[in-house]
Structures are given as C-alpha cells and as structure tokens.
Design a protein around this ligand. Structure first.
Ligand code: F1P
Length: 346
C-alpha cells in the first residue's frame, strides 16, 4: 500500500496526483459513466472501485466480468471511460474486452501490476500498482494494491469534479496514510485465525456475507477459500441471504460475516441473529472493542476501526489468512492450486 501511494498523495495539502491519467483530467470532469472490466480477484477490486467512485466522485459505474462482457454486444460510446484491471496484464478475456471498447470509441485506463505486460500497451493511459510480483497463483497483495489505486483514482476524480471538499480529502488521505499500520495490527490476529481455521477446516461449504464495501470483501473471502483450499464457498450481499442462501444454513455451515461498525452494522447484526437461530456457525470480522457481535458469534476476529471506504483494505487480510491456514491444514499447495494458472491467456 505504501508503494502504491508513494509520491501520489499529499495528505496535509489534500491532494492526489496520478501522473498516468493526468492528461485526461479535463475529460474526467464530464464523463457520463465508467465501465470497469476485469476477471476473478481483479473484478472484486472493481466492485470496491464502484463503491468508492460512486460515493466520492458521483460518476455512475458498471462493473463487468470481462469474460462475459466481451461476448455481449454492450452499448459503449466515446463518452465512456473503461477501467481494465489485471494483476498479470495478460488475461485474454480482459484484453478482448479492451479491444472491443476501444473499437467503439471509449477511453481505456489500465490498472496493472506488471510493467511491460500486454494490457498496459493496449490502454490509452493507466496507473501501475507497484505491488511487485505475486509468488502464488491466487491474487492477494495485488488485490490490496488494486484497491489502493482505485481509492486514489476515486479521490482524484472527486477532486477534479469538485464533489469533495479539501477538508474531507485531507481527512480521508490522512486516514489512508495510516492504513498500513492498521493492517499490521490486523495481522496480529494470526494465531486466533489459525484456531478458527482448525475448527472449520473439514467443512464442505462456507458462506461469506457483507454489506456495502464489505460485500466485495465477502466475495473475495469466498474466492480465496475456493481457490486454495477447494472448499465450496459463496460470497453474498448479507441482505440477499433471505432470498435463497438461508435455506442452506444448519449446524454444519460456517458463515463468515463482515460485521464491522460501519453504516450497515445494525442490519448485519440482525443477519447474524438469523444465522444463529438456524444453528449456523458464525465467524465475524469485527471492529476492535466490539461487544454486540461478540455476544452472538462463535468466533470474532478484530480489526482496527476505519472509514467504510478503507474497510476492504483491512478486512480482506484476515480472510486471506483464514484461507491460507485452512489450505495448509488440508495439505493443499497454497502457491500452486490445482487447475489454476497465474495468467489465463486463452
Ligand atoms: C485474474 C485471475 C486472478 C486469479 C487467478 C486467475 O487475473 O482471475 O484473479 O487469482 O490467478 O486469474 P488478472 O487479470 O488479475 O491477472
């Protein structure tokens, strides 16, 4: 995160500088919509981007799976900006989606980790994440880096459009600057997370639920568990539980909640009650010092308090660790999961 922010944020001045897209600053003031295209974990980062850009820059955002978007006949015009996100910069579906949007006149920004990869060469402009190479196949630090860059882009656009006051920006950038320290604190729960992993490692299914910016975190938690431990997992918006997944809940079903003290806290608490009433096992990611969720959940993993905008950066870490420990306990190769490739080039 520090590498992503270096030289790009000036908290005391309330300023974000993004060289890669600077020449489009004027255009950003008048765009009608942004379409984010990506696959896998990068798509989840895109959902966080949607939350942040709509909240702060007030630009409508659509987030599309590149693998689906490329085969549709979507309406794209010269007024659209497409943000393509990819860790490897080589994902074939994302490249095809970019080519199509470009042919239809859209301006394409890239968010990539690997300099010199194919996607940055296809885009009009972009921002590198500077996360360094991922060792394992499953995206982890790339996700954190992508979300950081999307956060900077959302604030940059808000600054260009004048939808944020300087004092608010100073407040947010100051907090963003402190996020690496908060993540360090979140990592201190590693032993507890290992204990939780031990309790649920033999499950055959797992549900992840969150609201607001906690929803993409739930999706990412579920994807990591599937990818590296081969346990079937689903991420859902917590409010959707009653529209289907609730039928799955019994004493065999671990349910991981993003239950931090943000705008949807009270509503998440009632979702936890619904799960407990059906004897589901609740594992909750909570804000440090929480007492309400602790009364109900089987296990609580604390993270430091943060603005909802920064929740995905912190709350994803314990979920990555949970998947990691479960995978190791099940004897899975966490770096080279079966059937998965680092860059999906076909
Ligand atoms: C997309 C992705 C990764 C996933 C796996 C397969 O890659 O779905 O999110 O972890 O490695 O590919 P990318 O476009 O972000 O490189």
């Amino acid at each position: 995160i520090k590498d992503c922010m270096r030289g790009r944020i000036y908290p005391e001045e309330g300023k974000v500088q993004l060289g890669g897209i600077k020449e489009f600053a004027e255009k950003l003031k008048n765009i009608d919509r942004i379409i984010i295209v990506a696959c896998g974990t990068s798509w989840h980062a895109g959902l966080v981007g949607e939350y942040l850009i709509e909240e702060y820059a007030r630009i409508p955002v659509e987030v599309e799976y590149a693998s689906e978007f490329r085969y549709r006949n979507p309406i794209i015009t010269e007024k659209d900006v497409v943000i393509a996100i990819s860790q490897s910069g080589e994902t074939a579906d994302t490249m095809a989606a970019i080519e199509m949007a470009k042919e239809r006149g859209a301006t394409i920004f890239g968010i990539c980790n690997v300099a010199g990869a194919s996607i940055p060469r296809l885009t009009h402009a972009g921002v590198y994440t500077h996360a360094g190479p991922e060792i394992g196949v499953a995206s982890t630090k790339a996700f954190t880096a992508q979300v950081t860059v999307l956060t900077l882009m959302a604030f940059y656009m808000a600054q260009q459009k004048g939808t944020i006051t300087t004092s608010k920006l100073i407040e947010l950038l100051t907090e963003l600057d402190n996020i690496p320290d908060k993540i360090q604190i979140a990592l201190e729960s590693n032993d507890l997370i290992k204990e939780v992993a031990e309790k649920i490692k033999d499950s055959t299914n797992c549900l992840f639920l969150g609201r607001g910016s906690g929803f993409p975190v739930a999706l990412e938690g579920a994807l990591k568990l599937k990818e590296i431990s081969y346990i079937h997992a689903e991420g859902y918006p917590a409010a959707e539980m009653k529209h289907g997944p609730i039928a799955l809940i019994d004493e065999e079903m671990p349910v991981v909640f993003i239950a931090t003290q943000n705008s949807s806290y009270e509503k998440v608490i009632s979702n936890i009650q619904e799960v407990k009433a059906r004897k589901g096992k609740v594992i909750a990611i909570v804000t440090q010092g929480d007492t309400e969720v602790k009364k109900m959940a089987d296990y609580c993993i604390e993270i430091p308090d943060a603005n909802e905008a920064f929740l995905p950066l912190i709350a994803t870490i314990p979920l990555q660790l949970l998947s990691y420990h479960i995978a190791v306990m099940r004897g899975c190769n966490v770096d080279q999961p079966r059937n998965l490739a680092k860059s999906v080039t076909v």
